[in-house]
Design a protein around this ligand. Structure first.
Ligand code: ADP
Ligand code: MG
Ligand code: MG
Length: 251
C-alpha cells in the first residue's frame, strides 16, 4: 500500500536535513505505529507524504499502490487515497461541517472521475458513519471544529476519514492532549475503520494509544531514521524504559 524507500528530506528555507533515509513498507490491512522522541522527524514524514510546502526531498521514493506520491499535488494524493489526520485540527469559521464534508467527498469523487454523490445518498452516508462513530448530529451542524473540545476535534477528523474512505490513513499524534476517554473514542473510530483494503500509520509519542489500537508493527524513529522495528512489545518496552535503552543499543 505505502512504500517509502531511503527518503531524505531537508527544509527548503534552511540547510537542515530532517529525514535521513527512511524505509517503510505498509501492506493493505496492516496498522503500523511510529514512536520516537520529540524532534525525531515523525511529523515531517507525515507532512512530506501529504505534500505540505516547505520541505525538499533530496533522495528516495514514496509510493502509494505503486504510484509516485512525490510527483503529485496534495489534492491528487488525497484523491489517490491518502488521508492525514492532524495533530492540531484547524477551525474553519463560517463553514458548516456538513458542507465541508460534502465538498470534500465530491471534490475527491471528481478527481477520481466519479459522479457527485446525491444529497440524499450523502445524508444517508453521513448518518451511518456518525452512528458507527458515535458522533452527535448536533456536532455536524456546527462550523468545522469551531468551539469543539479537543476530543470532538479528533473525532471530527475520524469522521472526515470515514467519509473519504481513504486507502492509507496517517494519524499524527491524534492522541495528544486527549483525556483517556477521548483517546478511547479515537481508537474506537480507527478500529471501526480498520479493513483488509486499508493501511494505517499511527504516529504517537505515548504507548497508551496503542493499548486501544493494536498495531501489527511498531517502529522507533530517532534523528530522521527508523532505528528499530518490532511488534507491539516494542511499544511496551518504550513505556517501561523510555527511549534511552533502544537508542543506546542502536548507537
Ligand atoms: P517530531 O514530530 O518527531 O516531534 P518534527 O518532524 O516535528 O519531529 O521535527 C523534526 C525536526 O525538524 C525538529 O528538529 C524540528 O525543529 C525541525 N523542523 C521541522 N519542521 C521545521 C520547520 N518548518 N522549520 C524549522 N525546523 C523544523
Ligand atoms: Mg513534536
Ligand atoms: Mg510531531
Amino acid at each position: 500500500m505505502l512504500s517509502i524507500k531511503n527518503l531524505h528530506v531537508k527544509l527548503e528555507e534552511e540547510d537542515k536535513q530532517i529525514l535521513k533515509g527512511v524505509d517503510l513498507q505498509i501492506n493493505a490491512g496492516e496498522v503500523h505505529a511510529i514512536m520516537g522522541p520529540n524532534g525525531s522527524g515523525k511529523s515531517t514524514l507525515s507532512y512530506v507524504l501529504s505534500g505540505k510546502d516547505g520541505y525538499e526531498v533530496t533522495q528516495g521514493e514514496a509510493a502509494l499502490e505503486g504510484a509516485d506520491l512525490l510527483e503529485m499535488e496534495p489534492e491528487e494524493r488525497a484523491a489517490a487515497g491518502l488521508f492525514l489526520a492532524f495533530q492540531y485540527p484547524v477551525e474553519i469559521p463560517g463553514v458548516g461541517n456538513m458542507t465541508f464534508l460534502r465538498t470534500a467527498v465530491n471534490a475527491q469523487r471528481k478527481a477520481r472521475g466519479e459522479a457527485e454523490m446525491s444529497a440524499s445518498d450523502f445524508l444517508k452516508a453521513v448518518r451511518a458513519r456518525a452512528k458507527e462513530l458515535k458522533i452527535d448530529a448536533e456536532m455536524l451542524k456546527r462550523p468545522v471544529n469551531v468551539g469543539f473540545s479537543g476530543g470532538e476535534k479528533k473525532r471530527n477528523e475520524i469522521m472526515q476519514m470515514a467519509m473519504l474512505e481513504p486507502k492509507m490513513c496517517i494519524l499524527d499524534e491524534t492522541d495528544s492532549g486527549l483525556d483517556v476517554d477521548a483517546m478511547k473514542l479515537v481508537a474506537e473510530g480507527v478500529n471501526a475503520l480498520r479493513s483488509e483494503g486499508r493501511g494505517f500509520l499511527v504516529i504517537t509519542h505515548y504507548q497508551r494509544l496503542l493499548d486501544h489500537i493494536k498495531p501489527d508493527v511498531v517502529h522507533i524513529m530517532a534523528d530522521g531514521r527508523i532505528v528499530k522495528t518490532g511488534g507491539p512489545e516494542l511499544a511496551l518496552e518504550v513505556e517501561n524504559n523510555g527511549y534511552g535503552d533502544i537508542l543506546a543499543e542502536v548507537a
